[in-house]
Design a protein around this ligand. Structure first.
Ligand code: ADP
Ligand code: AMP
Length: 213
């Protein structure tokens, strides 16, 4: 099963993608996590990506596409995957469609997690991330068992540099300009499904399971 998570930054794509990956036994591929791992490890790609990410801008397509295509080539992608944060532009979506077509494959579902901009700012200011294992928490809606410590791997949780309110506003405007058009793109492909992302995490997941089952 090949699934794309669509939605604004902070809509809950990563949260839901993790649950989907677990339930259906497919890898969760987050381009944001891959960029953050590169930044943490001080790679050339990480240095280039950070300059864009810190400003709330998208990393250029040519850097992003190489990275994703390399990831798809790994064995664990044979059964499918859930994509979180990719594609984010029409050229990325077209490149993905073409790469799949070459293998006679297609995306099964593009799930749009719909959340209005007003709710996004408070979600992002409370988000805490584990840069070691990629787990995500919220100080109010999904707190870790021990404050500031990842339940899964015990590493220290951080507030992402790009979750500051000024950067979140920029990311939202980039989302509306460059990523929102993907909703129509996947609607035309007949694979778009929408869920109300303002509900609780469990309710959103229940809605997604209904679609996938
Ligand atoms: P995205 O991957 O779309 O950027 P995340 O999954 O990281 O978003 O979620 C953003 C923040 O909102 C996180 O702190 C997460 O714990 C929290 N969150 C996710 N889904 C919900 C929900 N349904 N209700 C309340 N908070 C949520
Ligand atoms: P995310 O973790 O999905 O919120 O992504 C964090 C940041 O990484 C984004 O604001 C972008 O700067 C960058 N990024 C992640 N995925 C992509 C992508 N598919 N295309 C371009 N930039 C991306």
């Amino acid at each position: 099963m090949k699934i794309i998570m669509l939605g604004a930054p902070g809509a809950g794509k990563g949260t839901q993608a993790k649950s989907i990956a677990e339930k259906y036994g497919i890898p969760h591929i987050s381009t944001g996590d891959i960029f953050r791992a590169n930044i943490k490890n001080g790679t050339e790609l990480g240095k280039k990506a950070k300059a864009y990410m810190d400003q709330g801008m998208l990393v250029p397509d040519e850097l992003t596409l190489d990275l994703v295509m390399d990831r798809f080539a790994q064995d664990d992608c044979e059964k499918g995957y859930v994509l979180d944060g990719f594609p984010r532009t029409i050229p990325q979506a077209e490149a993905l469609t073409e790469a799949l077509l070459e293998k006679g494959e297609k995306i099964d579902y593009a799930i749009d997690v719909a959340v209005p901009d007003e709710a996004i700012i408070s979600r992002m200011s409370g988000r805490r991330a584990c840069l070691t294992c990629g787990a995500t928490y919220h100080v109010e809606f999904n707190p870790p068992k021990q404050e500031g410590v990842c339940d899964t791997c015990g590493a220290a949780l951080v507030q992402r540099d790009d979750d500051k309110p000024e950067t979140v506003k920029k990311r939202l405007s980039v989302y509306h300009q460059q990523t929102q058009p993907l909703i129509e793109y996947y609607e035309r492909q007949g694979v778009l499904r929408q869920v109300d992302g303002t509900k609780s995490m469990d309710q959103v997941f229940a809605g997604i399971i209904e679609i996938l089952d």
